[in-house]
Structure formats: C-alpha cells, structure tokens
Write a protein that binds this ligand. Structure first.
Ligand SMILES: Cc1cc2nc3c(=O)[nH]c(=O)nc-3n(C[C@H](O)[C@H](O)[C@H](O)COP(=O)(O)OP(=O)(O)OC[C@H]3O[C@@H](n4cnc5c(N)ncnc54)[C@H](O)[C@@H]3O)c2cc1C
Length: 457
C-alpha cells in the first residue's frame, strides 16, 4: 500500500487524458497518468487510427479496381484481411510506442490499473492512493446498443469489426452516423454487399442536408444500399447469418450486423456519483471551463457532453492543464471544432449550418454559396464529385464551411482557421490558393462570397 503525491492526477490515458498530462508536464507540473488498459485509449487502439488505416486500404482496393479508367493495367483479385490487419496493427504499434516514449520523456508517471476517485484530491488504484492537488477525469466512452439489442455472436460493435480477419459477403449496419458510414465504405470497397439502416430521414443526419444528399447519391453509385427513416425492431441470428427486422415490416439478411448507434460515457464504477459530481445520463457535467461542481476536479473528452472526437479531447486536455496553471486559455465552442467523416467520399465541416446561421443572425443577414467540385481541376483529376458550401454573415465573417468529396478532410484546416479567426471573404480573397489543388475550391468559394468569382458565374 503506497501513497504517491503529484500536482495533477489524470484518470484515463486516452486522447483527453494524455493531452492534459503532457501539457501539464510542459508547464512544470508533476503528473500521474492512470490507465487500466493502454495509453492512447479508444482513438489509437480501437478508433481513429485503425479505422483510417482500413479506409486507406479500402482506397487502395478502389484504385486497383478502377485503375483501367486511368490507363493503368491492374487487377484486384482479392482482399487479404490478415495482410490488411498486419498493415493496420503495425501503424498502431508504432504510434503506441511513440506515445509511450513521449509520455516517459515528459517525466509523466504512468500508473497501470483501474482508478476510482475517492475524494477531490485522491484516486485509489488497487491498494495505492494517488494524491493530487487537482484531478482530471478522462475515462472516455464505449459502444452503445439499443434497449433489448444484445451484442454477441454475429451482432457486433466497431471493436469486434476491427478484429475480423475475414470480409463478410453481406453486412447490415445499424446507424448511418460517422462510424456506420465509415465501415459501410470500407466493406463496400472490400467487395461486401452493404445495407445501412438509419432511423432518421438521412444518412449522416447531423450534417447539412445537402451534404447528406450528396453522400446518399455517392453511396448509391457505389452500390451501398441504405434504408433511411425506418426504425429497427429486432434481429435474429443463426449459423447462417442474421435477419434484421424493421418496424415497417421489411427485413435485411446479412452475415453480420454492425451496431453503430453511438457511444456512451464510460463513467460507471469510477466513484464520480459517490463523490457528488453532477452527472446527467452518465455524462459528467462541467462548466464551459471544464470544471466539475467539485472544486479542483475537471473532466475532459468523451465523458463531457458534446462532440466525441479525439481532437476535442486533445483541446480539452490542453485547456484544463493551462487552466490549472492559471493561463486563462480561450474556450472553443464545439460548433467551431472541425468534424471529418472519412468514408468515400469524405465529409468535413466546421461552424454553423445555413439553418443555424439563419436562426442566429436572421435569414436575410446571411449569404450561403455552394461551389461544385466539378469546377475544380484536381477533383476532376481524382475523379471525385462533391461540393464546398460556405456561409457568411453579410458584411461579416464566414461562420460555416461544409464539404463533401474525396480527401476534403485535408481541407478542413483552412476552413477551421477561417471560421475561428472570424475572417471575412474579403480578407481571404487577395490570398493565393495553389493550382491545381482541391484547396482551390475553398479559394473559389471565398472569391465568390467576396463578390469576385473567378471560375464560376
Ligand atoms: C470506430 C471509431 C472511430 C473513431 N474515429 C475517429 C476519428 O477519425 N477522429 C476523431 O476525432 N475521433 C474518432 N473517434 C472518437 C475518438 O476515438 C474519441 O473521441 C476519443 O478517443 C476520446 O478520447 P477520451 O480521452 O475522452 O477517451 P478514450 O480514448 O476512450 O480514453 C479513455 C481511457 O481511459 C481508460 N479508463 C477508463 N476508465 C478507467 C479507470 N477507471 N481507470 C483507469 N483507466 C480508465 C480507458 O482504458 C481508456 O484508455 C472514433 C471512435 C471510434 C469508436
């Protein structure tokens, strides 16, 4: 039994927790990072990195399959899932080693084990009491299911999907949000027959409707089947596969059902309620500066209601470390955090939708413009379709950018700077976008909104 004392104790070593630990150590704090599994958390081991590796392998499959369109002779004869998984695992392993090295080099003490907060300044890990002037809660999230829908056998979540060493012939996916459409995209590229089931009227229902419609068109073209506006009612499974039933009486037969209906906060048995921390449906409630109602205790990442994204976790972690150090960091609203969905075609956005901008500023006080990627040379070269849509306040800043098309995730960096710096199209119009890049599509959009379109009417 030991008592170890630190300036800061971080419970959970995922994106949010390790970012808090690293920034706090940079600021001179003595930090303990408690992790029951592997530092890097969901993002590195079961989320962002492994899924994006799969999506890249999927892109390679598509390129091989469609090579003849570019005059290249190539044949796609199959997918070796063991090979795909080895490529993916190699990336995860390298990143994991790198992160462990970074944490060590920063002088952070990693404590292996399951922690439970027992007072505003103590976390219990087995027999040991870890004491800190401040505590950051960062225990992350888990894959949710629906009431009565049991996970097991052929009914799986993203964690199991990532461990599969075979390509299913037929897949049903429950949930047309980010994780659902990313897996739909991967499996279709690998040759599966895919059906996505979404209860709301569109795929990626949190996006602008025009983006959802573009994705639906692209998915139809790719042969990805989807049912929207239908509610799931049940699933049966046998040795042969699953039969998924909908409330409208329709059914989908498949080898597996991927349940991708969102992620819930991993806060059970961590001592939060017992300490009197304000919670709501399992989420930890904080003020906008990420402080809980218990003085000295902060929360970051997926356990805080809002976007569940790794880079939000990083930002939260950095923010809290700086807050504790008295640096008074600026608050970034969730709406101004960039979001990318990495299916083919990709979706990327930041800021307000046209509807929300109209609500906030008045419909007659905003201007929206949709630039079609058909006018962009590089997009034509890549053979992709899509749009860039930007919304500005008239005589004011750009408040939202929404994009769909191959690789548009790489364009969101400029978009988030523009929105967060409250740039006006007139500020950006004189600046130069390289040709031929997809980035020019943003340039053309801003030129149009500044009243001086170049390649558009
Ligand atoms: C399939 C999938 C794909 C995704 N793709 C993306 C993407 O492309 N981009 C993106 O931005 N986000 C993506 N995400 C979301 C991203 O992974 C999460 O938003 C991010 O990991 C949240 O970070 P976190 O620190 O809050 O939690 P986590 O990463 O979940 O980390 C929490 C850590 O706490 C540990 N822990 C929990 N309880 C305890 C305890 N009591 N004691 C000790 N340790 C504990 C856990 O073991 C875990 O390591 C994806 C998620 C999934 C599932």
């Amino acid at each position: 039994m030991a008592e170890l004392t630190f300036d800061l104790v971080v419970l959970g070593g995922g994106s949010g927790g390790y970012a808090a630990a690293i920034r706090a150590s940079e600021l001179g704090m003595n930090v303990a990072l408690i992790e029951k599994d592997k530092v890097g958390g969901t993002c590195l081991h079961r989320g962002c990195i492994p899924t994006k590796a799969l999506l890249h392998a999927a892109e390679v499959a598509d390129v091989s399959r469609e090579a003849a369109a570019y005059g290249v002779i190539s044949q796609l004869t199959g997918i070796d899932m063991n090979g795909v998984n080895a490529y993916r695992d190699n990336i995860v392993t390298k990143k994991y080693k790198g992160l462990q090295g970074l944490i060590k080099a920063r002088g952070i003490t990693t404590i292996d084990g399951e922690g439970r907060i027992t007072s505003p300044t103590t976390v219990q890990v087995g027999e040991d009491t870890i004491v800190g002037k401040n505590v950051v809660l960062a225990t992350g999230s888990y894959s949710k299911s629906l009431p009565g829908l049991e996970i097991g056998g052929r009914v799986i979540t993203s964690e199991t999907a990532l461990q599969m060493n075979w390509v299913p012939e037929r897949v049903a996916i429950l949930g047309g949000g980010v994780i659902g459409v990313e897996f739909a995209s991967v499996w279709r590229s690998f040759g599966s027959e895919v059906t996505v089931i979404e209860g709301l009227p569109h795929l990626v229902p949190n996006e602008e409707e025009v983006i959802s419609k573009n994705l639906e068109r692209a998915f139809r073209k790719r042969g990805i089947d989807f049912k929207v506006g239908v509610r799931f009612s049940g699933v049966t499974q046998s040795d042969a596969g699953v039969i998924v039933s909908m409330e409208d009486g329709s059914t989908v037969e498949a080898d597996i059902l991927l349940v991708a209906v969102g992620r819930g906060p991993a806060t059970a048995n961590c001592g939060y309620e017992e300490l009197g921390i304000t919670m709501d449906r399992g989420y930890v409630i904080t003020n906008e500066r990420l402080a809980t109602n218990v003085p000295g205790v902060y929360a970051v990442g997926d356990i805080v209601p809002g976007l569940q994204l790794a880079h939000r976790g990083y930002q939260h972690g950095i923010f809290v470390a700086e807050e504790i150090a008295g640096l008074n960091p600026i608050v970034i609203d969730d709406v101004n955090i960039p979001k990318v969905t990495y299916c083919e075609p990709e979706i990327a956005c930041v800021g307000l939708s046209e509807e929300k901008a109209a609500e906030k500023y008045g419909a007659d006080k905003i201007q929206a413009y949709e630039y079609n990627l058909a006018g962009n040379g590089k997009s034509e070269i890549l053979g992709t379709a899509g749009i860039v849509k930007a919304i500005r306040v008239i005589d004011g800043p750009i408040v939202g950018v929404h994009m769909i098309g191959a690789r548009v995730g790489e364009l969101v960096g400029e978009a988030q700077l523009v929105v967060n710096w409250e740039a006006q199209p007139e500020d950006i119009a004189p600046l130069v976008h390289a040709h031929p890049t997809q980035n020019e599509s943003l340039g053309e959009t801003f030129l149009y909104l500044a009243g001086k379109p170049l390649h558009t009417l």
